[in-house]
Write a new protein. Structure first.
Length: 154
């Protein structure tokens, strides 16, 4: 049996899914997912962004636009143009919100990684110093023992 995670049926793009999965992730990933999952506004934005970035969104819009052009409005489709323009404005706003949140998340992760790297460097420096001290002590003891053995032989 391998220790590889079992693939999920749906990607864990939305923070609420990530939090519910209970998987092992980077601490800053889980903290950000918890923060986003606890805010209604961010959950709504995540749901809209997840849907707008899916092929379902493309299929639904292709069907709606085709139906609109064929049955509801005649050429040159002024109402459809208005609706599509407004939708583009709102979707681009959600894209920018998502980019800002992603940049903030990346900064939190980078800060966490920097702190843990600095802690690891400090630990390694301490361990290296302790090893050097122990090595000197072993050399001293070895030379003392060797000196006593040589002294007893003479």
């Amino acid at each position: 049996m391998t220790d590889h995670p079992v693939p999920q049926s749906k990607p864990l793009i939305r923070p609420s899914r990530l939090v519910k999965s209970g998987g092992t992730h980077h601490p800053s990933v889980m903290a950000e997912a918890g923060r986003r999952a606890s805010s209604l506004q961010l959950r709504i934005a995540d749901a809209i962004t997840a849907f707008a970035g899916s092929m379902r969104f493309v299929y639904v819009h292709a069907l709606l636009f085709a139906a609109w052009m064929l049955w509801f409005e005649r050429s040159p489709w002024p109402t459809l143009t208005l609706v599509v323009s407004l939708e583009a404005i709102f979707l681009s706003t959600f894209v920018m919100i998502g980019q800002n949140r992603q940049a903030a998340f990346q900064q939190v992760k980078a800060d966490h990684d920097f702190v843990s790297t600095e802690q690891e460097l400090a630990n390694n420096t301490t361990l290296t110093q302790q090893i050097a001290d122990l090595t000197k002590r072993i050399e001293q003891l070895t030379s003392e023992i060797h000196g006593e053995v040589v002294g007893k032989r003479q």
